[in-house]
Ligand binder design. Structure first.
Ligand SMILES: *[C@@H]1O[C@H](CO)[C@@H](O)[C@H](O)[C@H]1NC(C)=O
Ligand SMILES: *[C@@H]1O[C@H](CO)[C@@H](O)[C@H](O)[C@H]1NC(C)=O
Length: 174
């Protein structure tokens, strides 16, 4: 009996795990059907690494989790830039980096609103607030281009952009 119960629990666990994996793959496939394979790959890879996204059982959950995933990325990136400033690592781009911190803060605020939007099932609102957040990485890079200086965080901004596109695509599917 004990064995049977364990077996049932184990099966349920496996089943839940499989559902989550399928949800991520199916949602990413639908979201990036018209995009290069790399967009799908990035979507699956990014969400599979995120415990909350992996635990999601509905597209709503996944939209919420992937938005939180972006917020964590932004906070992480903000930490990197703040540390660079503190260490005075880049003397000639201090103002540019500070400007980027401001963009990240605005994006973070937009994400917070987007989370509230998703929770209240206002997916259009979530979509426009995520679109607003999507501007941050490009605005940051544009500032470096205009100043004719080399951005030390181009790669991070590219990854951030691709990470925001995920919940943005999901909210259009809801
Ligand atoms: C984003 O907002 C959260 C609170 O919702 C906060 O903990 C975090 O430090 C903020 N990150 C940035 C980059 O402003
Ligand atoms: C964010 O969502 C709110 C609804 O909560 C909406 O009124 C607002 O226009 C959205 N913001 C942007 C920048 O689209």
């Amino acid at each position: 009996m004990k064995f049977l119960v364990s077996l049932v629990i184990f099966s349920l666990f496996l089943n839940g795990f499989a559902t989550a994996q399928t949800l991520i793959q199916d949602s990413c496939k639908k979201a990036f059907a018209k995009d290069p394979q790399s967009s799908y790959d990035f979507c699956v890879e990014s969400l599979t690494q995120d415990p909350q996204s992996k635990a999601a059982t509905t597209l709503e959950d996944l939209a919420l989790a992937s938005t939180k995933n972006v917020a964590a990325k932004i906070t992480n990136l903000k930490g990197i830039v703040a540390q660079d400033l503190k260490d005075q690592r880049y003397q000639d781009i201090v103002e540019d980096l500070k400007l980027c911190l401001g963009f990240y803060k605005d994006a973070n605020d937009s994400l917070k609103t987007a989370l509230a939007n998703i929770k209240s099932r206002d997916y259009d609102g979530a979509n426009s607030n995520l679109s607003a957040a999507l501007n941050a990485p490009g605005d940051c890079e544009d500032d470096f281009k205009e100043a004719e200086k080399k951005s030390p965080i181009t790669n991070e901004n590219n990854i951030l952009y691709k990470t925001i596109v995920i919940p943005l695509a999901f909210t259009t599917m809801l």
